[in-house]
Design a protein around this ligand. Sequence first.
Ligand code: NI
Length: 260
Amino acid sequence: MRLIHSRWPQVVQYLEHCRGILIPTGSTEQHGPIGPIGTDALVAEAIALGAASRGGWLVAPTLSLGPAQFNLGFPGTIALRSSTMMAVVGDVLESLAVQGFERFYFLNGHGANIAAVNAACQDFYAQWSLGRRSAAAPRCRLRSWWEYPGADQMRKSLYGTWEGLHATPSELAISMAVLGSDYPYDEAALAQVGQPPPALTAEDLRLMGGDNHPDSNAHRSRFPDGRVGSHSALARAEAGQALLQAAISDAHQDISEFFA
Ligand code: NI
């Protein structure tokens, strides 16, 4: 159930049997010539809502802006500073914790959120570590959907090394499944990405994990159409539906264990 569709007495009732909440995190940034700018947010949200409907959990509003300075050279990208992201996450945690929530599950769709969200959680815990709060300390967990074992295995078997790191065929396939006829299909753009981009090296993969990219000019000159080693044109809605279902199953299992 979406928190924004709920009435406050329903939240009171919910807290009587569950102290956990899902918080999808994404980004608003370019996803190559054929990918929607909101890909990371809409993929994370769809997986969170799917898992939540199985588990009967509440889903907080998707945090659909994140650190993305490296993509500012591509129109449509909106970047938060990492410090802003940490402040937003901290305020969300404080707001929900004061009402009795104790388990915060960040279902993530954007690499650059990982460092900021985990850092905000560390600062949140520090209040208990420093003796400023006496009740039992809450717990946070962040999982990026591509780490889920079933989804990870499926994307590797579908796309191999052409999965790459950004504007990936797997995330675009899930966007296609989620958006249906609202997906911004465009034949001319598709022709533009008919050829795969330059492949990433093992060193690239190591250095660029968690979107550890330099400034936007350097980023765009290295990856001129926005794809980072990903052959986006391999994305299909049917595979997206299968990836989505695999991720939902994995998420449901991980969240059940975390909330128990
Ligand atoms: Ni993405």
